[in-house]
Design a protein around this ligand. Structure first.
Ligand SMILES: [Cu+2]
Length: 152
């Protein structure tokens, strides 16, 4: 597993490292969990890169497949992992990238109006207070794909 993690880290560096600041806020490698019949909740992940010279705050997100989207974090409460809503959003300092990943920051996609199937793509729009929103195409991953590509 260590070997694969190293490869993944190197691949991420090759994809995104060393680039000059884009001057924009960008969302990379967005993905969401596939749902099974009757489940109306999913989670979304990805990396939010603040390529601007100013701090920004991600204040919310929307997707047409969900009635609403919440920003959550996972905290270790004496060994019990708990999800906590972050109604204020997530600060992304100038020039930094914040990762939404399993066990950490994530989006909760709530009140899904249809199942999410592995392999399809869904648009997710991130809001940044008064700044311009950013829409990313999220790949829906089944459990095996999630474990391979996004599980930590
Ligand atoms: Cu959550």
């Amino acid at each position: 597993m260590k070997h694969f993690s190293l490869l993944a880290a190197l691949a991420a560096l090759a994809a995104c490292g060393g680039r000059p600041p884009s001057g924009m806020v960008a969302v990379h490698d967005g993905w969401a969990r596939e749902t099974t019949a009757g489940v109306i909740v999913s989670a979304g992940y990805g990396r939010i890169e603040n390529g601007t010279g100013q701090d920004v705050r991600m204040t919310g997100a929307d997707t047409p497949v969900a009635g609403r989207v919440e920003i959550h974090n996972v905290t270790d409460d004496d060994g019990v992992m708990r999800m906590r809503p972050l109604p204020e959003g997530i600060d992304i300092p100038a020039g930094e990238t914040v990762e939404l990943r399993p066990g950490s920051y994530h989006l909760m996609l709530l009140d899904l109006n249809r199942p999410l199937r592995g392999g399809e793509r869904i648009p997710v729009t991130f809001r940044f207070g008064t700044g311009a929103p950013v829409t990313a195409s999220f790949e829906v991953r089944n459990a095996a794909q999630a474990a391979q590509g996004g599980g930590q």
